[in-house]
Design a protein around this ligand. Structure first.
Ligand code: NOJ
Ligand code: CA
Length: 714
């Protein structure tokens, strides 16, 4: 690590004396755009403030901790030392949006002790990057007591006005909400509108929201609040005080109402403030990854493989088959029975399709006993993760998949019973190893056991990390559904490929669905913490395909589904629709076949939360580029320069675009595919239908293609 000590130990006198004997210290980001100031008031309280290019981002805001044991508030401090440092290094993720990441920051460390006489020592470390600020509390080894029970963290984020915000209600257990877009003053998380679909709402405060919280100020600043490295600590909700536009931290409690149990030495997660005057720079930020610990899985690059998958999955969500052996349909109004999905014959059909199309993984849900009685029961022992239904032949499928060069992905639905899963984990992962399964999709639907614990509380945060660590031991890749929202831990556990932790495409199959702007908001919110298993690629947009009475539909055009493979980054991407729906449109499916899932480089070309996102990415180790452009409910036209292409090459651009008559609601499946020769001087015109998108592959042209296709003309 290339940490340069700037001023090895700068003692308290390094603080500037302010009026009324307050003191302050300020550090700037490496490019000087961001300034962080920390104020130590005469009464001992501490505040921090952030500016971007001279404009205030965070007004002076409070820092501190309220303890339940010993019972006291750590809010007034004596400051014993201030230590500065800086780093400029690069590191290579096992997989990612780019093959090398620069970690460049200046750091300030405050050494403090409780002024009330408890003797408790605490440190606060700030890192200022060009793209934002992160800070965390540290409880170093103490002279006396080393065990603390936390009642609340007192961190505040005071923003400067009534910003426009992209938010979902504060909730201890789920993130599967449609986003609200409103000024901060109009935040009302009381559960109206789309939030009402969530029946297991477990926390309610009218002014409480989750992170990542995206805001845009009237001055045009984009501000994202979240956290990094959420380990052994509860997730942070934010409660807005509308009289001052100050967010107060509200940590998710445990079953007895405490927030966290801390054993010194201990560090909290980083609180993150990402800021820019360009929306594209918010999406390009790697600050959250930089604030996470390096990989704890030393051999990960040997066995962790970014990949695409198909699965016995969407057919259950659209009501064509069931998880349950007897054909009962969970959550469906239909009384009639449907066939069991995870049969040996049906899985073979998916294996064949995957093998024929270069798809590495086949997910199978509903393969194990327990699905008759799994939902909403709050029962501890539902699944055992090793007993297959009689029509699912584990050994036969193991051989069949291996012969076809495909890997099966196992599903472990815990129905929220984490205690049961903990008891079974080793047995289940050994079973997976024996039967050739390289990846697991976990799920935590419903209320958590231990009863009274929450999906986002400290107990479950530790559980998710245990699962990541244990799957790593068994060389198993992990995709977690219904976990806490990610905070960059995929750097530390590269086998943890993706999470759901937001409202995925599945909602389009059986609910009012996701509005056309949903996927333009996700990159600025949920995806700030890490990859999402959104399950794109639905070609049959209207659910009336499966049942004429169904009104549900996907709220995008078919081409937008293609573009999502680029705009919603994940090293694990599902081709979520049914093989027969792809077989009917192999020309469009070609994009899904070809699109990469691991990248050397990513260029965020255009972006505005709630409106549009355009990203181009270069496939890892190849000269192929893929571009995805998506819009909300409005049709839009863009002119994109392809200047990111190599100057000395010609490329075949295959453009998958909405037909001129396409529209997400009335005509969603109309598309055109066109091929042109382009180079780095080309500007491509992209015409996106309402709720639409464009996907483009750009691959070096051979001599024959140069003759065959015309040069692109606007
Ligand atoms: C919810 C998950 O998000 C979905 O992918 C899964 O099929 C169901 N739970 C059943 O486990
Ligand atoms: Ca919009």
């Amino acid at each position: 690590m290339l940490v340069k000590r700037l001023l090895s130990v700068l003692v308290v006198t390094g603080f500037v004396q302010l009026a009324h004997a307050d003191t302050a210290v300020t550090i700037s980001s490496p490019n000087n755009n961001i300034q962080l100031s920390v104020y130590h008031r005469t009464n001992g309280s501490l505040q921090y403030a952030v500016t971007y290019k001279g404009k205030s981002v965070i007004n002076p805001s409070g820092l501190g901790m309220k303890l339940a044991n010993p019972q006291l508030a750590l809010m007034q401090f004596d400051l014993s030392a201030v230590d500065s440092a800086a780093a400029d290094e690069s590191w290579k993720p096992v997989w990612g949006e780019q093959s090398s990441i620069r970690n460049h920051y200046k750091q300030l460390l405050l050494k403090l002790s409780d002024r009330s006489g408890s003797g408790i020592r605490i440190e606060i470390v700030f890192r200022v990057f060009d793209d934002g600020v992160g800070f965390r509390y540290i409880f170093p080894q103490q002279a006396k007591l080393n065990h603390f029970i936390l009642a609340e963290e007192l961190t505040q984020f005071g923003v400067t006005g009534d910003h426009n915000a992209f938010w979902i209600p504060g909730d201890y257990d789920t993130n599967e909400y449609a986003y609200y877009t409103s000024p901060l003053s109009e935040i009302d998380a009381s559960g109206g509108g789309l939030a009402r679909e969530i029946s297991t709402r477990t926390f309610f405060d009218k002014n409480a929201v989750q992170t990542p919280l995206m805001m845009k100020s009237a001055e045009g600043l984009y501000i994202n609040l979240h956290e990094a490295a959420l380990v052994n600590y509860p997730a942070m909700n934010l409660v807005l005080d509308k009289s001052t536009y100050t967010f107060n931290t509200h940590l998710v409690p445990d079953a007895v109402g405490n927030k966290a149990y801390l054993q010194a030495p201990f560090s909290t997660p980083w609180r993150t403030i990402i800021v820019s005057d360009k929306a594209t720079e918010i999406l390009a930020s790697k600050m959250i990854l930089n604030l996470n610990e390096p990989s704890k899985v030393p051999d990960a690059s040997e066995w962790v493989k970014p990949q695409k998958m198909v699965g016995v999955w969407w057919e259950m969500h659209v009501g064509k088959s069931s998880w349950d052996y007897s054909g009962g349909q969970v959550g469906s109004q239909q009384a009639s029975r449907v066939p069991h999905g995870a049969t040996t014959a049906n899985v073979k059909r998916y294996i064949d399709f995957a093998a024929g199309n270069g798809i590495q993984g086949v997910l199978v849900e509903g393969w194990n006993t327990g699905w008759e009685d799994w939902f909403g029961q709050w029962k501890e022992d539902v699944f055992d993760f090793v007993t297959a239904y009689p029509d699912f032949d584990v050994n036969e499928l193991q051989q069949y998949a291996a012969a076809k060069g495909v890997q099966l992905i196992m599903h472990h639905e815990t129905s929220g019973s984490a205690t049961n899963y903990e008891r079974w984990m080793d047995t289940a992962y050994r079973f997976m190893n024996r039967h050739g399964y390289a990846a697991v999709k976990t799920g935590y639907v419903g209320r958590i056991i231990p009863r009274g614990e929450h999906h986002d509380g400290q107990w479950m945060i530790r559980h998710y990390e245990r699962v990541a660590a244990k799957t790593a031991q068994y060389h198993i890749m992990l995709d977690a559904h219904e976990p806490v929202r990610p905070t960059g831990l995929q750097r530390t556990y590269p086998n943890w490929l993706a999470c759901e932790a937001a409202r995925g495409n599945e909602f389009n199959a059986w609910s009012v669905g996701n509005r056309p702007d949903h996927e333009t908001i996700l990159p600025f919110t949920r995806l700030m913490g890490g990859p999402m298993d959104y399950t794109p690629g639905i070609f049959k947009i209207k659910m009336s395909t499966y049942n004429p009475e169904k009104k549900e539909q996907v709220h995008t055009t078919l081409c937008k589904q293609l573009a999502l493979y680029v705009t919603l980054y994940s090293p694990l991407q599902m081709a979520a629709d049914l093989p027969e729906n792809y077989e009917a449109r192999m020309d469009a499916f070609r994009f899904i076949k070809e699109v990469a899932v691991d990248w050397d480089d990513s260029k965020i070309l255009e972006a505005e939360p709630g409106d549009y996102v355009i990203i181009a990415r270069k496939a890892k180790g190849k000269n192929d580029w893929f571009l995805g452009a998506i819009t909300d409910e409005n049709a839009r036209t863009f002119t994109e320069s392809l200047s990111f292409l190599d100057a000395d090459k010609k490329y075949v651009a295959t453009v998958y675009r909405d037909a001129d008559s396409a529209h997400w609601q009335n005509n969603p499946e109309a598309y055109r595919i066109e091929k042109f020769i382009v180079d780095n001087k080309t500007t491509l015109k992209l015409k996106l239908a309402a709720g639409g998108g464009t996907a483009v592959s750009l691959m070096p042209a051979n001599a024959e293609e140069l003759k065959q296709y015309k040069k692109y003309k606007k």
